[in-house]
Design a protein around this ligand. Sequence first.
Ligand code: TMP
Length: 199
Amino acid sequence: MARGAFIVVEGLDRSGKTTQTDLLASRLATSGVSVERRKFPDRTTDTGQLIDAYLRGTTDLDDRAIHLLFSANRWEATASLESRLSAGATVLCDRYAFSGVAFSAAKGLPLAWCRAPDVGLPAPDLTLFLDLAPEAAAERGRIWRGALASETRGWVTIDAGRDREAVAQDILEHVESHVHGIDAPIGRLWVDDDVSPLF
Ligand code: TMP
């Protein structure tokens, strides 16, 4: 039996990620696709609670320590994620390792160091990057578009500056070819990539 597709929605804060992931999930479910939602950080686990305290400002953590916690939060979800994919569910995930790298690199941590803990995670079959006014977020945009997009298979940039329905349609068109099952095994994130001289 073909496995389900692993689809990640990434983007800057306020790019409409959550709204679009909700819309996509309900449209796929209506058309009979078995869909499961995921979100990182998953604040329900032990690591997720530490991350939640950090994000709410009740705990201060070293930039490297919080980076590793975000990564651990993904690793601890890996077994259940893979088992849902193997059972044929299409998994729609709001944020993943790309958020981890982009947000920590924007704090000044080296890109190669940021990527290292996430190397080998289940690789998305499709990553939809919701791009908003790139010129307004020049530095962070550069990291996303240059360092991540160019080295990530299945990366699609969506212009999220349009109206909600236009964005939703665009996303649906990219997703449709993935939701009827995938025969290839689950890939491993960044395992075979050459390390760019930029890093
Ligand atoms: P959220 O608002 O989607 O729950 O994400 C919380 C914040 O955490 C958001 O500003 C992005 C940031 N983040 C990281 O810094 N590293 C990560 O690995 C992830 C998944 C999110």
